[in-house]
Ligand binder design. Structure first.
Ligand SMILES: Cc1ncc(COP(=O)(O)O)c(C=O)c1O
Length: 333
């Protein structure tokens, strides 16, 4: 490694040692998820595909890895006061579950318009709900008030080194399960998942190619990579409700340096990928979790200059928390 890349490495919020430490820390609390493959889907894609089934993870998504790493990194005094978040998606459920495992409170600020299934997940895992208005300002100010009143610590869903390191444990497992992978395709939103995965995977195999998969209606990462700086969008429209956040100052440098390219897909391609997961793999995957399969089957990927060099591809099926009513309606359309 030359001096320049060594310096770059120092900037990152996670490295291979923090990810290995995370693996030891969270091992008692999470599942080592299986890897599935299907000859039918291989034939459709013309590649060998290996699906890392984080939809079978505790809480139904990879988020428990980062949440457990963050919560079990706290000292006794910090932990006793509890944790808080104002994200209402899979991170909220994972933080609730991880806090319950450690026996500490989790305060979850949820906007009054949040989908019912997300609220139910938080309740199921023992999070204490505090309602806010739908705006980000209201969510942030309610979270700030909770922190002041309780002393609880804010655990950000992706812009946090402990979260990034926890998510990176997926690569350690996956590259032991399928060492011959030459490419990974990873859903991206705020970039915590892909940051951890890229740091670990490239430390193990510097030649491995990493693609981010994002919806066309929330294509801020493709725009950020093109602009060389974080780009945010005035609004996002996609069925993938977990993929609407923007990069943070800790995830951006990793995405900028280690993610080779971004594949953007239409919502219709995501729905088709969900259908294949159900019909062929027999696995329930939420829209944000199915986007990697949508990407590998897309024309956008086939037109990518590296397409011909991608042969054994790992795809992260990142979550399975699907609202069945929504799924049914989108199939009927
Ligand atoms: C199922 C699922 N996949 C992928 C992501 C993206 O993760 P990140 O924000 O770390 O990029 C999320 C985020 O909420 C998610 O819920």
């Amino acid at each position: 490694m030359n001096a320049e890349s060594q310096n770059k490495k120092k900037e990152y919020a996670a490295d291979i040692s923090s990810i290995k430490e995370a693996r030891i820390r969270i091992r008692p609390f999470i599942h080592e998820t299986p890897v599935f493959s299907s000859e039918t889907i291989n034939a459709a894609s013309g590649k060998r595909l290996f699906f890392k089934c984080e939809c079978f993870q505790k809480g139904g998504a990879f988020k428990i890895r980062g949440a457990c790493n963050a919560i079990y990194s706290l000292d006794e005094g910090e932990a006793a006061k509890g944790v808080v978040t104002h994200s209402s998606g899979n991170h909220a459920a994972a933080l609730s579950l991880a806090a319950k495992l450690r026996g500490i409170p989790a305060y979850i600020v949820i906007p009054e318009n949040a989908p019912k299934c997300k609220v139910e997940n938080v309740i199921r895992y023992g999070g204490q709900i505090i309602w806010s208005k739908a705006t980000i300002q209201s969510r942030e100010s309610v979270a700030a008030r909770v922190m002041q009143e309780t002393g609880a610590l804010l655990i950000h869903p992706y812009n946090d080194g402990r979260i990034i390191s926890g998510q990176g444990t997926i690569s350690l497992e996956l590259l032991e399960q399928v060492p011959q992978l030459d490419t990974l395709i990873v859903p991206i939103s705020g970039g915590g998942l892909i940051s951890g995965i890229s740091v670990a995977a490239k430390a193990i195999n510097p030649a491995i190619r990493i693609f981010a998969a994002e919806p066309k209606g929330a294509n801020d990462v493709a725009m950020s990579k093109a602009a060389g700086k974080i780009v945010t969008l005035p609004e996002t429209t996609t069925i993938a409700d977990g993929l609407r956040a923007f990069l943070g100052d800790l995830t951006w440098p990793i995405v900028r340096d280690l993610v080779d390219d971004v594949i953007t897909v239409e919502d219709t391609e995501i729905i088709e990928a969900m259908r294949l997961c159900l019909e062929i793999l027999k696995v329930v995957v939420e829209p944000s979790g199915a986007i990697g399969l949508a990407a590998v089957l897309s024309d956008s990927f086939k037109q990518n200059p590296s397409w011909k060099d991608c042969n054994s591809i790992g795809i992260i099926l990142s979550g399975g928390n699907v609202d069945l009513g929504m799924l049914w309606n989108s199939y009927k359309k």
